[in-house]
Design a protein around this ligand. Structure first.
Ligand code: GAP
Length: 426
């Protein structure tokens, strides 16, 4: 099994991620997060929100609708430009992304290929119940559009002044031609976006600022920060004037991008102003200068970050598999065990410690099998600390705390446990 197969299997076996609609044979490009996956994903989203929104005086959040007025996608350029050129095999009629083809013949049956034609990857949907009166809308192809739609409302309902930012974490949908590589390319996925509104003369400065800020955030999360770097795009999306990816190498498949930092200039607000007929310009309250704010965007994939963090953390050491996840990201922070499951004194004491820790941290309880197996089971899901209650605990109220990465154990007083773990999770 290669690394990716191991991660996919572990995700399913331990409840991180399941294939979507599996009992019906699945649906390509859709996944469900299980009990451990949702904890890890929520941890990531909370960390992102804190770093990007709560920490900043001039950044606020929104949660926009998935379906918007369809004109939004004409204004945004997606109806015309959100396209992939595809070639079709004349023999087996499979379609392939033209950019992915290495030679001019069908990679499956070696048949002759048609000239590439473009296909739009927005996901259409219909609204209304009466046939003939239904309107066609789209599931949003990128989460950020609702930020532009709400930009004026945010300005009017807060005391923000340029420069300022609006953040959002939310779903996006794309009819990807080649969904695959597990969470890397899905048809339904989640993005975390910052749209930073600034004066055109300050674009360069803020572009560099946000590039660094985003890289620092990712480096603080990964076990191998040295594997993260920037990739500068020469082929740009229709809205971008300059674009860098934050990427993770080595990736076990063809794809490394976690996040894009995009110089969007005044494209978005100018287009929405033109298509909606609304004035979306900004007047500086001090100088009275009127202008269309320019935008720097940081747009990352929650699912891709999740996937790369698992790939980055996975280690096989002798007989154990360990996810060396940052404790802040790990689904469970601590697991509590009684040394022996058939000794009521030990079980009751361990239960009490478990109940006391639980309101503060995601805490697991395990009294199955032997201690060694319980440790391995927690290692495999990345739990940073295991607390064992033994006979000495009953005498002096201390427990052993076993560190996931070093496997070393130390004895700590029960009343120091909370502050000990909290220290790492700050
Ligand atoms: N608003 C800009 C925008 O959407 P993008 O580069 O197309 O830019 C941003 O997407 C991020 O969203 C990517 O860096 C990636 O992490 C994530 N993403 C894009 N398409 C995805 C897909 N099909 N599956 C999972 N994540 C995806």
């Amino acid at each position: 099994m290669d690394l990716m197969e191991k991660i996919v299997a572990l995700c399913k076996r331990r409840g991180f991620v399941y294939p979507g609609s599996e009992i019906y044979g699945g649906l390509q490009g859709f996944y469900d997060y299980g009990p451990l996956g949702i904890e890890m994903k929520n941890n990531l989203k909370r960390l992102w929100w804190k770093w990007m929104t709560i920490k900043h005086e001039n950044i606020v959040g929104i949660d926009g609708a998935i379906i918007t007025n369809p004109t939004v996608w004409e204004a945004s350029g997606h109806v015309k430009s959100f396209v992939d050129p595809l070639s079709e095999c004349k023999k087996c009629h499979r379609r392939f992304k033209f950019d992915d083809l290495k030679e001019n013949k069908c990679p499956v049956c070696a048949g002759e290929l048609t000239e590439p034609r473009t296909y739009n990857i927005l996901v259409p949907t219909q609204l209304g119940v009466i046939e003939g009166e239904k309107i066609q809308a789209y599931l949003r192809g990128e989460a950020c559009q609702t930020i532009y739609l709400d930009y004026k409302n945010v300005l009017d309902s807060t005391r923000l002044k340029i420069p300022f930012g609006i953040c959002q974490i939310g779903k996006a949908f794309r009819n990807e031609v080649t969904p695959g590589n597990f969470l890397f390319r899905q048809r339904e996925f989640e993005q975390w976006d910052l749209q930073w509104f600034c004066h055109p003369s300050e674009l360069e400065k803020w572009f560099e600022f946000w590039k660094k800020e985003r890289m620092d955030w990712y480096k603080g999360l990964f076990s191998h920060p040295e594997n993260l770097d920037f990739f500068e795009h020469s082929k740009l999306a229709h809205y971008a004037k300059k674009a860098f990816d934050i990427q993770y190498t080595p990736s076990p498949f063809d794809g490394r991008e976690l996040e894009g930092i995009h110089w969007r200039g005044d494209w978005d607000l100018s287009r929405h102003s033109e298509y909606s007929g609304q004035d979306l310009s900004y007047t500086d309250p001090e100088t009275q200068e009127k202008y269309t704010p320019n935008i720097i965007e940081t747009s990352g994939g929650v699912d891709r970050t999740f996937l790369f963090l698992l790939l980055d953390a996975y280690v096989e050491e002798k007989e154990r598999v360990v996810l060396k996840l940052n404790p802040k990201v790990a689904p469970y922070k601590v697991a509590v065990f009684p040394l022996l499951a058939n000794k009521p004194d030990l079980v009751n004491k361990a239960r009490k410690i478990y109940e006391d820790l639980k309101p503060n941290f995601m805490t697991a309880w395990d009294d199955r099998g032997n201690i060694g197996k319980r440790y391995y089971s927690q290692d495999e899901i990345g739990t940073p600390w295991c607390v064992t209650v033994d006979y000495q605990t009953l005498k002096d109220n201390t427990v052993t705390v076993r560190d996931r990465d070093t496997t070393k154990q130390e004895r700590l007083p029960v009343d120091k446990l909370c502050s000990y773990f909290q220290n790492y999770l700050k």
